[in-house]
Design a protein around this ligand. Structure first.
Ligand code: EPZ
Length: 438
């Protein structure tokens, strides 16, 4: 186990490069199962989730080869339909194997994803879509078991109680591209990661219309071919570095960012007092001379404010003078960062699905616990702004979704070190028995 030791106070300055998007990479790897021909996927981030997905594809019989930095080749000449629990439980996103296995093999057996600290993660909409496409779906001993000899195009509505589903749309897409007939996906997710998947599938020979909209129309084809696909930049990583600049009163540039993916984020962060400049492909973030301001944020499916940047905005709001409100419409309980920020001096109340941040906090370092990927990022941001030393445990959560997080932050002047857990003061150590491994 490793920990971060962070000494707060430095204003971050300099330039970092946005890595490829984790949430575009995972469905892209799954999509490579749709053809027996090799798929070359580039700009892939170095993340534990990517390595997990590669391991699962190998288990399914695919040949997975890393060609060089960020470049992978997946050749699924022969594929088995079974993705076992011991692999799937490590990463929920493996649920997006269902679609390609159904599309390619007309059958699938994938363990149901386990629980998740950010809240309910049902897959009812995924299964509704697959049933509409002609799949027989059973749940047997914790596995989703699908037979789809009669796979066919269908018109279906994908919206649920919290709006669209990103990986649900990915699954429906990857089954429909090889389903005879026409499929209409209404209320499809239109996150940039879905648009990126549509572009990869089209490069493989899929017929998809209205890419980027909430209504996708797919004409099924007989088979798909290999492709070369470049993953889009990670908009959530970019947003995290923008907030890192602001929370430390710094001046950070992010290169290779795709600013068109961050409309709602820019809108809200300008209200918070951030100034953005885009010059020669670099996105520069500084705080307005008048300083930070309180904000009201509600997370929504794209193009609304992204839930994956809610915790980071919450950390920033702790420093703004006056109360801020952050409401979750995607994951109502996604506030694991709140008690840990409280240990650093923040005053945040939770009313239903809204965090009420008192603001004006003087954050101080403390031993804190990472819980999920984005909550952990919020703790790092708070630690960078806090007075004194913060120890963050269970940083494996961060390694799932932030490539070289500590290296990139150090290159901007942050005092952050990755150390073995034993380096922590005795009093901060948690007995192994209490550690929840996930
Ligand atoms: C994707 O998860 C992302 N993960 C998440 O990012 C992201 O937070 C989420 O989309 C929302 O943007 C990947 O792409 C790998 P959803 P996904 O299905 O697809 C409900 C991160 O930090 N729902 O869009 O699992 C669900 O409970 C991760 O990078 C149903 O009710 O999310 C939630 O409230 C965390 N039934 C809402 O919809 C379903 O069948 C959005 O879920 C499916 C979802």
């Amino acid at each position: 186990m490793e920990v971060f030791r962070i000494r707060g106070g430095a204003s971050l300055r300099g330039e970092v490069r946005a890595s490829g998007s984790k949430n575009a990479t995972l469905p892209a790897f799954a999509a490579a199962l749709l053809t027996a021909e090799p798929c070359i996927i580039e700009n892939v981030p170095e993340l534990s989730d990517v390595r997990f997905m590669a391991d699962i594809l190998v288990h399914l019989g695919a040949e997975v080869e890393k060609l060089g930095p960020g470049s992978w080749k997946v050749t699924a000449a022969e594929v088995s339909p079974q993705a076992p629990y011991e692999l799937v439980r490590k990463m929920r996103a493996s649920v997006c194997l269902l679609g390609p296995l159904v599309g390619r093999l007309r059958q699938a057996r994938v363990a149901l994803p386990g629980g998740c600290v950010i809240g309910q993660r049902p897959i009812d909409l995924h299964l509704k879509a697959l049933r509409a496409l002609g799949c027989e779906v059973e749940v047997e001993a914790g596995d989703v078991v699908i037979q789809a000899k009669g796979l066919h195009g269908a018109s279906l509505f994908l919206g649920g109680r919290h709006g669209t589903t990103v990986t649900g749309t990915a699954n429906a897409l990857m089954a429909a591209v090889l389903a005879p007939g026409t499929t209409h996906l209404e209320s499809a997710a239109c996150e940039p990661e879905i648009t990126d998947l549509c572009q990869m599938l089209s490069a493989m020979g899929a017929q998809i219309e209205h890419t980027g909209s909430h209504h996708l129309v797919i004409q099924g084809v007989e088979s798909l071919k290999g492709c070369r696909h470049r993953i889009i930049p990670d908009r959530i990583e970019v947003g995290t570095y923008c907030i890192a600049s602001a929370i430390t009163k710094g001046d950070v540039k992010v290169v290779d960012a795709e600013v068109s993916h961050l409309g709602a984020f820019f809108d809200k962060m300008k209200e918070a007092g951030l100034n953005f400049e885009e010059r020669e492909g670099a996105l520069r973030t500084r705080v307005h001379p008048d300083g930070l301001r309180p904000i009201e944020v509600t997370t929504l499916p794209y193009p609304g404010y992204p839930t994956d940047l809610q915790a980071q905005a919450c950390a920033l709001a702790c420093l703004a003078p006056g109360p801020s409100l952050l409401t979750e419409r995607v994951y109502p309980n996604r506030f694991m960062h709140v008690p840990e920020l409280g240990r650093m001096g923040a005053e945040i109340g939770i009313e239903g699905t809204t965090a009420i941040v008192k603001g004006g906090a003087k954050l101080h370092g403390a031993p804190v616990m990472a819980s999920d990927l984005r909550a952990s990022a919020a703790l790092v941001l708070a630690a960078l702004a806090a007075e004194g030393e913060t120890w963050i445990q269970r940083i494996y959560h961060l390694d799932r979704g932030y490539e070289q997080f500590d290296e990139k932050l150090r290159s901007l002047g942050a005092e952050i070190e990755r150390l073995p857990a034993e380096a922590m003061p005795e009093s901060f150590q948690i007995p192994q028995s209490e550690l929840i491994t996930s």
